[in-house]
Design a protein around this ligand. Structure first.
Ligand code: SF4
Length: 164
């Protein structure tokens, strides 16, 4: 597999493996999706003063770094919180592989005025390694599996592709 696994792929691996497959194979429809537009506006409006979108190796894309050593990921809601947490843990994992260990992370939910601290444990690292293997397996399939409809399907940009 030549393409590097990025944070979005970790997120989609947890949210929906079919979505991961589409994304990996460059089938992208998110621009059309209202939720993503809201996310972009939120991103632009909420944190104008911070240094934003720090991309490392095209693998991780940090929304912004505020104080020294704390990276922030901005999310619209806590609806798919687990996926967001693993995305951020993956950033910490990736940075650790590069020798950066003195870094912490927070997820910001500006619409809720809440933040969540995220840490990487040794158990998390093992779990991430399992996920990386799982992702490679999903994206190497010739066609994506058709999962049962899940709750988020109705607000997913790929809905027409999956079910119409
Ligand atoms: S519509 Fe549902 S099954 Fe299809 S990609 Fe989106 S979340 Fe996955």
């Amino acid at each position: 597999m030549e393409k590097a696994i990025n944070g979005t792929m970790i997120y989609y691996y947890i949210v929906c493996k079919r979505k991961l497959w589409y994304f990996f194979h460059n089938i992208q429809m998110e621009q059309e999706n209202e939720n993503v537009k809201i996310g972009k506006i939120l991103d632009e409006e909420s944190y104008r003063r911070e240094e934003k979108h720090i991309t490392i190796d095209n693998v991780i894309s940090i929304d912004y770094i505020k104080q020294k050593g704390i990276l922030h990921e901005v999310k619209k809601s806590r609806k798919i919180e687990e996926a967001g947490i693993w995305q951020v843990k993956y950033y910490l994992y990736y940075l650790k592989q590069k020798g950066v260990t003195d870094i912490k992370a927070k997820i910001d939910y500006p619409l809720l005025r809440q933040t969540l601290d995220v840490e990487l444990t040794l158990e998390d690292e093992v779990e991430i390694e399992h996920m990386l293997d799982g992702i490679k397996k999903v994206v190497s399939e010739k066609i994506p599996n058709i999962p049962d409809k899940i709750k988020i399907c109705k607000s997913c940009a790929y809905y027409d592709l999956c079910y119409i």
